[in-house]
Design a protein around this ligand. Sequence first.
Ligand code: GDP
Length: 138
Amino acid sequence: MSNLTFGIIKPDAVRKGVHGSIIQRILDDGFQIRGMKLIHQSRKQAEGFYAVHRERPFFGELTKFMSSAPCIVMVLEKENAVPEWRNLMGATNPAEAEEGTLRKEFASSIGENAVHGSDSVENAAIEISYFFSKLELV
Ligand code: GDP
């Protein structure tokens, strides 16, 4: 499972119409896409997904944003997928993201930052199973 990670192309990126460009960048970076679907999360689903952030001051804003419009959930495969995907995403705050990262190019703000990626192999497994059944992975 350590070669898999979970990603989201967030509502801001889908709304802007840059999801195609982001998917191309993912493929160009050598990831294989094992699962992908367009969903529109309910507020409850977003709250469940981000439950670890429940006490953070931005929890309300974050879950409202994540349930505001469709997003694309993905299962990505590559050697060392978790750090590799986070490297491609860039820093949480686009103002701090390095040149060549997705957040540098596509994110608008620290909240609306284009993409999500799991921060550990353990969380990747939890997050994949939150959105995908085994049958949906190729
Ligand atoms: P990530 O792992 O890089 O996505 O960052 P975190 O786990 O720290 O935060 C999760 C998500 O919460 C981020 O991707 C942002 O969408 C959001 N977030 C983090 N910090 C802030 C903040 O200060 N304000 C708002 N509105 N959202 C934030």
